[in-house]
Design a protein around this ligand. Structure first.
Ligand SMILES: Cc1cc2nc3c(=O)[nH]c(=O)nc-3n(C[C@H](O)[C@H](O)[C@H](O)COP(=O)(O)OP(=O)(O)OC[C@H]3O[C@@H](n4cnc5c(N)ncnc54)[C@H](O)[C@@H]3O)c2cc1C
Length: 620
């Protein structure tokens, strides 16, 4: 690859930054497939011809032209390069440039590992040669779905093997550092996105999956959603017992809701508008609710977050389950219409698991490719992908907010939950560290971006989380790689727009001096001084809402192998079993018939609990 061109690009985004091109190349080599690597190489070849020879001002103009291009692929390239260059520039503690920027911002650096971490609870099975294993049930994935399924099945006396593609990291590794935290714990180092890079896909990819890195918000599926799902043939009337069991095991409570400054500002805005605000139920025990918590997206160093790593997987192991990490399932073995095991690669070795049943819980982005590679052809496999796309509205205050600190999400608002037919948005705020902020903030020039970063300590966010009615699709590319297509429908975008307006109202009511949208162009106003909300919305519309125009993130991929009453409109039956293979059971976020509209972990765990319980009863 043309390193010189990449270096010039990185230096244009963040002049003076150190080691960024090499970090980007290392990440690309690790996380991109062969086709994507070839594309990057071609692109850098194109840039390589003239870009490094341009003056700094002309290089900036060239990047802006890509950002504003009418050609979506160019905007996609801009987004990918911008996010990679700026996040690596700001998150590498070995870079003196990054440390100087942290000091200027007031960010004290990573929290560090705990002095006295709890002992490691899981002892993964080591794979040091090609291996064959026999068991009753092979569980693929160890997140919200897989972790629970493993515990239920092992608890029912079945011999269980868990295959997890990611590594095992525990409290002693959770030092709050973005680098190497994202690389260890997140899908594609947190750089995954839809094919057009319109929506960043943020998902856990380690032992414990999303439950290790998530924000602990623990809502049960609302009754009206369960009623809607019943209409799809989903067994809503059976879920209550599993929801109770899950909330009990992961300790859902509202006793750890000391608000962060972000949450206080959210609540202050909501209360002055007389809008709905409520405490968020959370799955934590002994949570610090302070400095450490802002980095909890990189794992909780206290073990307070009741992820599957400290709950269900521990139960599964105690009941005899064998847990294999760094083991990516490549194919499910299906023989005569029945699941018979899985083939995986682990540490360069072949792993062959023979079993009586397989539970697939590789997440809504991982389950469809695995099923498709295994010859499952139901047309609903990969369809109906929901993302709960979210976009931030930022508020800059005169006071310090320190968005990298405090309880993850202590409060939320459902004021606009139902804008139309049960579809709407939720307002929540998320903790933000410098690397993530640098990638998300608009870049029009190095100086403009640096000025926004200089205000990070005074900046909060209100996340607009959409319950999406439209859907996308997960497919396999010709080279076998995962392709994720998703375009926000106009109908959904209308509700996003209302949500962005609502978030601006909240921030204005809380006293923000400047309010910015998540657009690639800088769209902002200063209440009472420059512009107003109506102009803000007009400028947002002018900047556009399409891919590469406005930044969206998804923390909740769902629905891509949905459960339902018939193979014509679902991928799995009401027991979560594939319509095409007996004892091949889906048990993760992909099972949702439609978007839940609430943060989904508890519901996913309950579905896994229910489906695994039924499978155990059949096998026993
Ligand atoms: C930063 C962040 C914050 C979030 N905050 C919240 C929150 O506050 N509340 C909430 O309810 N939800 C939250 N979520 C979402 C929630 O964590 C996920 O919806 C949930 O974990 C999904 O469960 P799952 O079982 O479907 O998949 P995951 O938990 O993603 O687990 C899938 C696992 O399968 C593994 N895998 C994939 N392919 C293979 C393969 N071929 N072989 C073996 N293993 C494989 C992956 O590595 C992964 O570990 C958050 C998510 C993120 C990323």
């Amino acid at each position: 690859m043309n390193r010189r061109a990449l270096e010039a690009i990185c230096q244009t985004f963040a002049p003076g930054s150190e080691g960024v091109a090499d970090a980007v190349l290392a990440a690309a080599n690790k996380h991109l497939g062969p086709a994507e690597r070839r594309q990057l190489s071609l692109l850098l070849g194109t840039f390589g011809r003239g870009f490094p020879l341009l003056s700094p001002a002309r290089r900036e103009a060239a990047l802006r032209a890509w950002c504003d291009s009418r050609i979506p692929q160019r905007r996609a390239v801009f987004v990918a390069l911008k996010q990679a260059a700026l996040s690596f520039a700001y998150m590498r503690s070995e870079s003196s440039w990054a440390r100087e920027r942290w000091e200027a911002i007031g960010y004290p650096g990573p929290t560090g590992t705990p002095a006295d971490p709890p002992p490691r609870r899981i002892e993964p099975l080591r794979v040091e040669r090609d291996l064959e294993l026999d068991c009753d049930v092979c569980v693929v994935g160890s997140g919200a779905g897989g972790g629970v399924a493993a515990a239920v099945l092992a608890g029912a006396g079945l011999d269980v093997v868990v295959l997890e593609a990611g590594g095992y990291w525990s409290e002693r590794d959770f030092d709050g550092a973005e680098d190497p935290g994202y690389d260890r714990l997140y899908l594609a180092g947190a750089a995954a996105a839809t094919d057009d890079r319109g929506i960043g896909l943020i998902a856990g990819a380690c032992l414990g999956g999303g439950t290790v890195v998530n924000y602990t918000t623990s809502f049960r599926a609302p009754d009206d959603i369960l009623e809607e799902w019943a209409g799809h043939g989903f067994p809503s009337d059976e879920l209550g017992g599993s929801l109770d069991a899950v909330c009990e095991r992961i300790g859902v409570n509202t006793e750890h809701n000391e608000p962060s400054r972000r949450d206080e500002l959210l609540a202050s805005g909501l209360r002055s508008l007389r809008w709905h605000v409520e405490e968020t139920p959370r799955n934590v025990l002994g949570c610090e609710q302070g400095r450490l918590c802002g980095s909890c997206g990189l794992g909780c160093p206290l073990g307070a977050k009741q992820s599957t790593l400290v709950t269900w997987l521990v139960d599964a192991q105690a009941a005899g389950a064998r847990i294999v990490v760094d083991a990516r399932a490549q194919r499910i073995l299906v023989d005569a219409g029945e699941a018979r095991g899985a083939v995986a690669r682990s540490n360069g070795h072949d792993l062959h698991v023979r079993s009586r049943a397989v539970v697939v819980a590789a997440g809504a982005l991982g389950t469809p490719p695995l099923l498709l590679r295994s010859g499952i052809r139901n047309e609903n496999v990969g369809r109906w992908l929901r993302l709960h796309p979210g976009t931030p509205v930022l508020g800059v205050f005169d006071e310090e907010v320190r968005p990298w600190e405090g309880t993850l999400q202590a409060l939320y608002s459902d004021q606009h939950r139902d804008l139309e037919d049960g579809y709407g948005v939720k307002y929540e705020t998320v903790p933000v560290l410098p690397g993530f902020a640098a990638a998300a903030l608009p870049w029009r020039s190095a100086a403009q971006h640096a000025a926004l970063m200089d205000e990070l300590a005074q900046t909060t966010n209100v996340g607009v989380l959409l319950r999406d009615r439209g859907s996308g699709r997960v497919t396999l590319g010709r080279d076998g790689s995962t392709r994720i297509r998703y375009r926000l429908s106009d109908d959904d975008l209308g509700r996003v727009r209302t949500g962005v307006d609502g978030a601006a109202q909240i921030l204005e009511a809380a006293g923000a001096r400047k309010i910015l949208s998540g657009h690639s162009r800088v769209v902002s106003y200063e209440p009472g001084r420059r512009g107003d909300r109506a102009g803000f919305l007009r400028d947002s519309d002018a900047a556009g809402w399409g891919p590469g125009r406005c930044g969206f993130f998804s923390f909740h991929p769902l629905g891509s192998c949905r459960m339902g009453a018939s193979p014509t409109n679902s991928a799995a039956n009401p027991d979560g079993e594939s319509w095409e293979a007996r004892n091949l059971v889906v048990a993760d976020g992909s099972t949702f018939p439609t978007a839940s509209g609430v943060n989904p972990m508890v519901t996913i765990e309950a579905i896994a609990h229910l489906n695994a319980g039924k499978l155990a009863a059949r096998l026993n």
